[in-house]
Write a protein that binds this ligand. Structure first.
Ligand code: C2E
Ligand code: MG
Ligand code: MG
Ligand code: MG
Length: 288
């Protein structure tokens, strides 16, 4: 009996494995078409300064597949990273986001930063610094308005080489943010050595911040530490008024989350920034 169950389990396992391999191959082909046929779009999620003003946006890629519909980045970014397809995708993201940042800044009375997620492979490529330089030159975007979001995983390996690469980017005037802070394995000593500008506290610490005093303590501790290290800090994933109520008294520079605004297409964002709602909501309910 046990043997049969073992065989069944094995059968299930190989079927499942085959299904996954087939799915990956098909997704890889679909991605290739997406790159060639430009099926991607960038959505932008506002980042809110504690004064209530929209200080900038984060670019988040969207894939509209003609038959499968919208495929979220969580389902294809890591595959694209494995296959190398992340390189053409990332180049398109950088180019498009910088161009759109110029459009937004032409419309906005205050400077608006553009935050872009940089994948490990993209960052580690020798040509990355030059491609950032070129995109800035082509778009005319002031470097200080470009923020590159890196995850702890990127910064962990080959520390010395990484520090040099970050310094070169900082010399261009570009800003560096550490994304999903608190979920990786990097040691706190990296914060001392890495030339970064901002910590983005991962949303997993925010979810239960109203009910779990340990999460509240962690967020508060990170905000205090960032402040003392001279780093800016942004809290990600604020979804509810209740969460915000618990976070707003912290000396946190920026917030981002569905509670304030969801990621949206450029055309929608333009209206959002123009709308008296965005202006009065922040004026009537200043964050600090
Ligand atoms: P991330 O950089 O940490 O981006 C934040 C993610 O959280 C986004 O998911 C965003 O839509 C979502 N989010 C924002 N506010 C809230 C909230 O209040 N609640 C919840 N539950 N979620 C919120 P998205 O767009 O699905 O992107 C997922 C991840 O995919 C990103 O995480 C980033 O790591 C990666 N990604 C997205 N766009 C790009 C890109 O252009 N290039 C690269 N390399 N990676 C990207
Ligand atoms: Mg990010
Ligand atoms: Mg994040
Ligand atoms: Mg993330």
């Amino acid at each position: 009996k046990a043997k049969r169950r073992g065989r069944n389990t094995f059968q299930w396992y190989t079927d499942e494995l085959n299904r996954k391999v087939t799915e990956r191959v098909s997704l890889r082909h679909a991605l290739q078409q997406a790159i060639e046929q430009r099926q991607f779009e960038l959505h932008y999620q506002p980042q809110i300064h504690h004064s209530g003003r929209v200080a900038g946006v984060e670019a988040l890629i969207r894939w509209h597949h003609p038959e499968r519909g919208n495929i979220p980045p969580g389902q294809f970014i890591s595959l694209a990273e494995d296959t190398g397809q992340i390189i053409p995708i990332s180049e398109w993201v950088l180019e498009t986001a910088c161009r759109d940042a110029m459009v937004l800044n032409a419309q906005s009375a205050t400077p608006m930063t553009m935050a872009i997620n940089v994948s490990p492979m993209q960052f580690q490529r020798p040509g990355f610094l030059d491609s950032v330089k070129n995109v800035l030159a082509r778009s005319g975007l002031p470097p200080a308005l470009l923020e590159l979001e890196l995850t702890e995983g990127v910064l962990m390996d080959s520390a010395e080489h990484t520090i040099q690469a970050l310094k070169a980017l900082r010399q261009l005037g570009v800003h560096i943010a550490l994304d999903d802070f608190g979920t990786g394995f990097s040691s706190l000593s990296y914060l001392k050595r890495l030339p970064i500008n901002k910590l983005k506290v991962d949303r997993s610490f925010v979810r239960d911040v109203a009910t779990d005093s340990r999460d509240a303590a962690i967020v508060e501790g990170v905000v205090t530490m960032a402040d003392k290290l001279g780093l800016e800090v942004l809290i990600e994933g604020v979804e509810t008024a209740e969460q915000f109520h618990h976070l707003r008294m912290l000396q946190c520079d920026h917030f981002q989350g569905y509670y304030f605004a969801r990621p949206m297409a450029l055309s929608v964002l333009k209206h959002f920034l123009d709308s008296p709602f965005a202006a009065t909501a922040s004026a009537a309910d200043p964050i600090s």
